[in-house]
Structures are given as structure tokens and as C-alpha cells.
Ligand binder design. Structure first.
Ligand code: COA
Length: 351
């Protein structure tokens, strides 16, 4: 496998990991996205408002990130409440009832509680049945792609029929609002999809997915407090990031996983009708578009209005794409994400 950046010492282990992971293409029964939904808090926090709190400006934030504003949850909102609302929209879109769901995965790194899982809270709020597996999954900003792949795998066994996969975050709870290097980047929200056996009328079939995590990169992005390790302290329960290094990994990582997924499915960038990337930074998204040699119109962007909503970003953007008519039957759609871990992942869906 050709390594695009052999001189990058951060990237070498990542490239070898992808090489090992891509030896075969899974063969599965047809599992499809049957419905989508999303929910963003009403409260809008603009760059101008932030610039009155910390030493920053709309010009700096927009030029560096493409973000103009983000949504911030009310004190009364929880990840479970954001997720439940998104799930209701997705279920209605799929024409299913909560009782039809037998697998619920909530991808989040901001769960309401250490335990029980947010998924169990959502199960109760939705009125789902008891015979349903309910779990949270934490792969940070890659969480939705991770959860999608896991749900796809479990449904493919035939032991589960319908899955609800939600990405939901109240990331504002982990932001140090006096740290201008991170507080300008993030926002809250939730997005959901319902998965199940493909329907003839709306196939949206999952074709392939690939996940990974890069050893030795945990200190580049994370929350170094609030955990059970003796090394953590509640005083450091805020997002800490080495932005430039994360940026490099994000660009290279999204490119590598995309190249790998397309190649093993006999596809090229030109076959992709719409990329729904993790919405972290417009410059990262543009670098991916250039790599795929795709016009920007084929890349879904809403980071300007939501900022980085972590695990919620792809399902939020996907729901926007659906509702604005940007997805046509037969379109090849690529999800691709990168996040703390550092984790990465991509998935291909034939709409
Ligand atoms: N407003 C104004 N100035 C700011 C600022 C802000 N909000 N944040 C940082 N700066 C300053 C820095 O202090 C630095 O000043 P100095 O040169 O006097 O030291 C200068 O701007 C440049 O900072 P730098 O960190 O080098 O900027 P950058 O071009 O790397 O952009 C990020 C910073 C965070 C936008 C960029 O690194 C990035 O997007 N990284 C990826 C982050 C990400 O996506 N994380 C989530 C992954 S899921």
C-alpha cells in the first residue's frame, strides 16, 4: 500500500494499521438506513458573542474553522433528551414504532451519567420494549460511524431486526469557556438513524465500513479529568487539544480511510455523489474534497451553523441532506470521521 506521507512520524503506525485492516470486504445481508432524524438546541451562540467573552473574533474563527455559530443546550437539556427527540423523528421517518426497535446504540462522549447508559434513559423515554439491547458507545467524534458499523454487524447476524443508532452530545459541558483555543470549536446536538432490512422503495443500503484507532495518540485530544484513573482530577474536566497535530491526523486519516474503502469496493472518488464528513473544520473538509478531486458541491457542510458536535455531527448533517433533497436514489454516500482516541472511521451507503 502506498503511503502518502512517509515522512510523517505520527502517521506511520496509522498507515500500517489500515493496511492490516483492509484485507477483506465483508459480505452481509442487505441492511439499510430506513429513516433519519435530528435535533439541535434552539439557543444559538455566535462568534461575535464569543468574542465578547474571550480574546477572539468572528474573522479569526471563521477563517481558521469555517464556523459562524453553534447551538448550545439549555441547562434543562440532557444528552438523553436531545437524543430522544432526534430518535422520534427518525422513527417517524422510517414508519416504525419504538416497540419495533431491538437494538439501541447511543454514541456519545458526554453521557448524562457514568451509569446507567444514556441508551437506557432513551429507551425509557421512548417507551421501547424490554427485550432490546441498549448501550452507549464512546469513540468521541467518530462515535456515530463506530455505532453504525456495530449495529450493521449485529443486524447482519439476523439476531436483531431494527436498530436505532443515535449520535448525541452536550459537548458544551466539557468546554472550558475561558480557553479560546477550544471553546470556539464545539456545539451541542443529536442525530439518529433507524437501520433494518433494506426496502425495495428506499434501499439506502450499507455497503461497507472501516474503523480504526491510532495507538499512542491519546494525549493529542481529550478530557484529562473526571475519570477513575489516579492521573485525572476534576479540575481538568475540560477538553484539551493539540490542535495542529490533530489537524494533520484528521486530514491524513480521513484521506486514508476513504482511499481504502473506495479501493476495496472497486470505486473511485468520482463515484461518490455526496460526502457527509465529520464537521470539525472547513479546512479539513476542503482538504478531503481536494484529495477526492470532488467539487465542493458534493461535500455536505453545516459546520458554519453547528460547529463540531462530535458524535452528532454526521447524523445531523445526513438528516439535513435528506430533508433538503440532496440525496437521490442510487447515490453513493460516504461518511467519514475522525476524533479523540485518536479514532477514525468511514462507511459507504448506496442510497
Ligand atoms: N482567537 C484568536 N486567536 C486564537 C484563537 C482564537 N479563538 N485560538 C488560538 N489563537 C491564536 C493562538 O494563540 C496563536 O497565537 P500566537 O501565534 O500568538 O501563539 C495563533 O492564534 C495561532 O494558533 P494555532 O493553534 O497555531 O492556530 P491554527 O491555525 O492551528 O488553528 C485550530 C487552530 C484549532 C483552528 C486548528 O489547529 C484546528 O482546527 N485543529 C483541529 C482541531 C479539531 O478539529 N479538533 C476536533 C477533532 S474531532
Amino acid at each position: 500500500m502506498r503511503h502518502a506521507f512517509p515522512e510523517c512520524r505520527f502517521f506511520a503506525p496509522f498507515a500500517s494499521h489500515l493496511t492490516r485492516a483492509s484485507v477483506s470486504t465483508p459480505s452481509t445481508p442487505a441492511i439499510a438506513i430506513l429513516g433519519t432524524g435530528s435535533n439541535a438546541p434552539a439557543r444559538v451562540l455566535t462568534n461575535d458573542e464569543l468574542s465578547r467573552r474571550v480574546d477572539t473574533s468572528d474573522e479569526w474563527i471563521f477563517t481558521r474553522t469555517g464556523i459562524r455559530e453553534r447551538r448550545i443546550a439549555d441547562a434543562g437539556d440532557s444528552v438523553a433528551s436531545l437524543a430522544t427527540a432526534a430518535a422520534r423523528f427518525a422513527l417517524a421517518d422510517a414508519g416504525l414504532e419504538p416497540s419495533d426497535i431491538d437494538l439501541l446504540i447511543v454514541a456519545t462522549c458526554t453521557p448524562d451519567l457514568p451509569m446507567p447508559s444514556t441508551a437506557c434513559l432513551v429507551q425509557t423515554a421512548l417507551g421501547m420494549r424490554e427485550r432490546a439491547a441498549c448501550l452507549d458507545l464512546n469513540a468521541a467524534c467518530t462515535g456515530f460511524v463506530y455505532a453504525l458499523d456495530h449495529a450493521w454487524a449485529l443486524l447482519s447476524t439476523g439476531r436483531y431486526r431494527h436498530a436505532l443508532v443515535i449520535g448525541a452530545e452536550k459537548i458544551s459541558s466539557l468546554v472550558d469557556w475561558s480557553d479560546r483555543t477550544t471553546c470556539v470549536l464545539f456545539g451541542d446536538g443529536a442525530g439518529a438513524v433507524v437501520l433494518g432490512p433494506a426496502r425495495a422503495a428506499s434501499p439506502a443500503r450499507i455497503l461497507d465500513a472501516q474503523l480504526g484507532a491510532i495507538p499512542g495518540t491519546a494525549d493529542l485530544l481529550g478530557v484529562p479529568g473526571g475519570g477513575s484513573s489516579p492521573a485525572t482530577s476534576d479540575a481538568r474536566r475540560h477538553i484539551a487539544m493539540r490542535g495542529k497535530e490533530v489537524f494533520k491526523f484528521a486530514v491524513r486519516g480521513m484521506e486514508e480511510v476513504t482511499r481504502d474503502l473506495l479501493a476495496r469496493n472497486g470505486l473511485s472518488g468520482a463515484d461518490v455523489a455526496l460526502v457527509v464528513p465529520h464537521q470539525a473544520n472547513l479546512r479539513i473538509i476542503h482538504a478531503l474534497a481536494q484529495y477526492l478531486e470532488l467539487p465542493y458541491e458534493r461535500i455536505l457542510v453545516n459546520v458554519d451553523r453547528y460547529g463540531n458536535t462530535s458524535a452528532a455531527s454526521i447524523p445531523l448533517a445526513l438528516d439535513e441532506a435528506r430533508r433538503s433533497g440532496r440525496l437521490k436514489s442510487g447515490d453513493l454516500v460516504l461518511f467519514v470521521a475522525f476524533g479523540a482516541g485518536l479514532t477514525y472511521g468511514g462507511a459507504l451507503v448506496r442510497w
